[in-house]
Design a protein around this ligand. Structure first.
Ligand SMILES: [Ca+2]
Ligand SMILES: [Ca+2]
Length: 83
């Protein structure tokens, strides 16, 4: 029984937390994209964090204004406008 309750707790934790984070309708498109793609939560989106062949990859280098290889919130906004 211990294993079962652990599995249930793990499933609840992994399914409810992202849903709660994404549910507020107030999120701007940039915040939503950051939430979705910034896997390590450092506030930047790297090419590695984007899914393969994602449209944002086509605009990544153009949007990366400071050329540090990652998009901050402002740069992500620029990239999203290019889509
Ligand atoms: Ca990141
Ligand atoms: Ca950058």
């Amino acid at each position: 029984m211990k294993t079962l309750s652990f599995v249930i707790a793990a499933v609840v934790a992994t399914t409810t937390l992202p849903a709660m984070a994404q549910s507020p309708a107030k999120l701007s498109p940039v915040d939503a994209a950051l939430l979705k793609f910034d896997k390590n939560k450092d506030g930047f989106v790297t090419k590695a964090e984007l899914p393969a062949k994602h449209p944002l990859l086509d605009h990544f280098d153009m949007a990366d204004k400071d050329r540090d290889g990652k998009l901050n919130k402002r740069e992500l906004g620029i990239a999203l406008k290019m889509l």
